[in-house]
Design a protein around this ligand. Structure first.
Ligand SMILES: C[S@@+](CC[C@H](N)C(=O)[O-])C[C@H]1O[C@@H](n2cnc3c(N)ncnc32)[C@H](O)[C@@H]1O
Length: 168
């Protein structure tokens, strides 16, 4: 499993503890590495690896393939052109039959259902104009372009979703 944008590394450590059979490669831009390194080191887990430098704008993994790729709360932070690059990278690096799991708040058919997410979207845009909650249709078009089929849309706490695509 490759995680894109591990942030603090807390998700990697929690999942690595819950699922000992998973091998979890953390990654992020370099400015976040020290936090991830600390979480991974303190966990003493052997199935969660320290971060590799990965900015989706630059694919540093030309020879690596993964069974699964996970990313949480990144698509609304990245500029849209980086979201496009993330989907291209995912498509290139996923094995056939592999899954891409994307977690976060989502928009459907131009509508953000929950007031809390609408307020969050306004804050994202005022903080940084290139940030926004993404529309599932547009994400799914990127996935389709990369030979990935949308197979799950799971409701998660706090009005978040977990979308899953299968690489064919
Ligand atoms: C809101 S944080 C989410 C962190 C963590 N995944 C979580 O859910 O708590 C957004 C993350 O996206 C990462 N990110 C933003 N732009 C990126 C890019 N172009 N390539 C890779 N990661 C990026 C940031 O470095 C940060 O770790």
């Amino acid at each position: 499993m490759l995680e894109i944008g591990s942030g603090t590394g807390q998700h990697a450590v929690w999942i690595g503890q819950q699922i000992p059979t998973v091998t979890w490669q953390t990654s992020d831009r370099c400015e976040n590495h020290s936090a991830i390194q600390q979480w991974v080191a303190e966990s003493n887990l052997t199935n969660v690896y320290p971060p590799i430098a990965l900015d989706v704008a630059i694919d540093p993994l030309p020879n690596s393939q993964f069974d699964m790729i996970f990313s949480s709360n990144t698509a609304h932070i990245m500029a849209w052109q980086d979201v496009e690059k993330m989907f291209q990278l995912v498509s290139n690096r996923l094995n056939t039959g592999g899954y891409f799991c994307l977690y976060g708040p989502m928009q459907y058919d131009g509508i953000i259902e929950h007031a809390s997410n609408r307020a969050f979207n306004q804050k994202l845009k005022s903080d940084c104009p290139h940030r926004a909650i993404r529309d599932v249709n547009e994400l799914n078009q990127l996935a389709t372009n990369g030979n990935m089929q949308w197979v799950e849309d799971n409701a998660m706490p706090a009005n978040n979703r977990l979308l899953v695509w299968l690489k064919s």
